[in-house]
Ligand binder design. Structure first.
Ligand code: NAD
Length: 567
């Protein structure tokens, strides 16, 4: 057991040997450890995985107890995690989840960053982001297809379907933001990214997500413009604050073709470094005077959005990429912040209407060749789906693995369960040497309420209705996911989102086949129903095509009768 309780150089065990009493627990153990692998997570020493302070466990003692519980639990028990701390193991039943997770949830009136900080300081809670505290983070790859599909949709809408000869400017090369340069490159464009922390630039260079790291803004801009003129794909990280880069572009009258941001502005205390402070100075000020820090960070964010608006008005296709930067700036008096579009209504919602979202898997054998076998299987099964064909071809060419070999694929309703069940058969037949974990980001079709991101500008105005992610978590529990999570604040920050996750281990058994089939049909299924209920005809069409497997008794705007409580 001691081997599993090291707090440095954590790496998930690989291969077919079982250390727990069942693969449900074993899968959770390995994915928890994979989240804290230095090749995968951003700051494992503090148990931070990505997204500002998105953690996998509340403290090291809590981590040890989670590991101990997973190693010793029986196959009819369920472990409860309360904000990164294991609080109970109960007798349930063999087909139930092995782990149920709730992270960072607060009662509405108390759901502010300041209150969350206070409670976190007292050791009572933990921010789990989306896949950090739910143990299904797979490194920057976990977001790369979303970034790629978003930019591909943008390129189709505004350009000629590619980013060749176009300049993309943004900031933040963290866990998620690190996917930007590679996604732009996959679309043949030029990416120029401001990043204030030199170590993050180095991490992206090491993992092959970034081509060049530079200190000088004028040099970086010159090289970027030259590559743009030549139609040459290139990605450049420049070591500076976002505002320094944007101000330089404004002053020099250089308008990027595309502009966005991926600093962790949703968490101004931890995720955004104020102008004029180095990362080291920021660490000191944050600890000594958090309210002064917050004030400085928020002022810088306001300035940042003002700069984005200037460039948008000059012609840059500008969009908010899910970090709540518009709202933070709006609260500082930037009243036109929402003139910048959100990426979900602009580019992604149609995919959600088809039940498509960031489905993913990781091979517990640790063998890249087994992952490539699964790539081929996906191509054989879904080769006529152009989105998937293009993605698998590019992913194989460009993406290096971080930790356990893993793949993301925006599969839709009917595709996810079919693929997972087939892989389970391969495990049973010994075509793969160990089980495969299947899960998804919380940033999906039916699992999140986030009015400045996934549910921004819903057709029926239901942006802030949070019943859907709760139903999603309950449905996945009923369907027997191996672990189910319900979090608050992922993506857009405390007070702004509620969301759920589900993971199943394909161990080759009939039990796993049933779980995979139920969970990965129902899970995107509720997303399709959620969008059909909001009035999206594409979702209604998707729903009707699958009516043999789900029923929607009373769905759509016409089924909504205003409350008669005041009559
Ligand atoms: P992260 O904390 O790992 O990285 C943030 C990066 O921004 C860090 O490298 C940090 O040094 C840099 N940074 C902070 N302030 C800066 C400044 N002033 N100038 C330049 N660089 C600065 O966060 P992440 O996981 O990369 O996520 C980034 C944001 O994207 C978060 O708000 C997250 O919630 C959101 N997000 C978006 C998606 C999506 O699909 N669009 C998915 C997940 C997360």
């Amino acid at each position: 057991m001691q081997d599993f309780m090291r707090h440095s150089e954590i790496q998930a065990p690989t291969g077919p040997e079982l250390h727990c009493k069942g693969w449900g627990q074993e899968g959770a153990l390995r994915m928890l450890m994979n989240n804290l692998d230095a090749r995968v997570g951003e700051n494992p020493a503090q148990r931070i995985v990505y997204g500002g302070r998105g953690r996998a466990a509340r403290s090291w003692p809590a981590y040890d107890k989670i590991v101990e519980s997973l190693l010793t639990m029986d196959n009819d028990e369920t472990l409860l995690i309360q904000s990164g701390k294991p609080v109970g193991v109960f007798k349930t039943q063999p087909g139930a989840p092995r782990v149920l997770i709730a992270n960072a949830n607060l009662v509405g009136k108390w759901a502010t960053l300041e209150e969350f900080d206070r409670l976190e300081q007292m050791g009572l809670t933990m921010f789990g982001q989306m896949t950090a505290g739910s143990w299904i983070y797979i490194g920057s790859q976990g977001v790369i297809q979303g970034t790629f599909e978003t930019l591909a949709a943008l390129a189709t809408k505004h350009f000629d379907g590619t980013l060749r000869g176009r300049l993309y400017v943004s900031a933040g090369l963290g866990g998620m933001g690190g996917a930007q340069p590679l996604s732009v490159k996959m679309l043949d464009g030029v990416a120029l990214l401001a990043e204030v922390d030199a170590r993050r630039i180095q991490k992206r260079l090491d993992s092959g997500y970034l081509d060049v790291g530079l200190e000088s803004i004028p040099e970086a801009v010159n090289i970027a413009l030259q590559a743009k003129a030549e139609g040459r794909a290139l990605s450049i990280g420049v070591h500076c604050h976002a505002n320094e880069l944007l101000q330089y572009l404004v002053a020099e009258r250089i308008t990027p073709d595309v502009l966005s941001d991926q600093t962790a502005a949703h968490d101004p205390l931890v995720g955004y470094i104020p102008d004029e402070l180095t990362v080291e100075e920021a660490t000191i000020l944050r600890a000594e005077d958090p309210s002064q820090y917050l004030q400085k960070a928020r002022q810088s964010i306001a300035h940042h959005v003002e700069n984005m608006l200037v460039l948008q008005r000059a012609g840059a296709q500008t969009f908010d990429y899910g970090n709540n930067i518009r709202r933070e700036a709006f609260d500082q008096g930037v009243t036109d912040a929402f003139e910048i579009l959100g990426y979900v209504p602009a580019y992604l919602r149609d995919l959600f209407c088809e039940g498509k979202g960031p489905f993913r898997w990781a091979v517990l054998s640790g063998k890249p060749e087994e992952l490539y076998q699964l790539d081929q299987l996906a191509l054989d099964m879904f080769g006529d789906n152009p989105l998937l064909r293009r993605w698998f071809t590019l992913a194989r060419q460009y993406i290096q693995f971080q930790g356990l070999p893993a793949r993301i694929a925006y599969m839709g309703l009917g595709e996810r369960d079919a693929f997972a069940v087939r892989v389970n058969e391969w495990v049973a037949q010994g075509k793969l040497s160990a089980p495969v974990v299947f899960g998804r980001d919380h940033h999906d079709t039916g699992s999140v309420a986030s009015p400045y991101r996934e549910t921004e500008k819903m057709a029926d105005g239901s942006d802030a209705i949070a019943d859907w992610p709760i139903l999603n978590a309950l449905l996945n529990t009923a369907a027997g996911a191996h672990w189910v999570s319900f979090h608050h604040g992922g993506g857009t920050g405390i007070g702004y989102s509620l969301h759920a996750g589900a993971v199943v281990v394909a161990d080759g058994s009939d039990d796993s086949a049933g779980r995979l089939s139920r969970v990965f049909f129902n899970d995107p299924g509720i997303g399709v129903i959620r969008h059909a209920d909001a009035g999206y005809s594409l979702a209604e069409k998707t729903m009707l095509a699958h009516s043999a497997r789900m029923r929607a008794p009373f769905v759509g705007p016409a089924s909504n009768i205003p409350s008669d409580t005041r009559a």
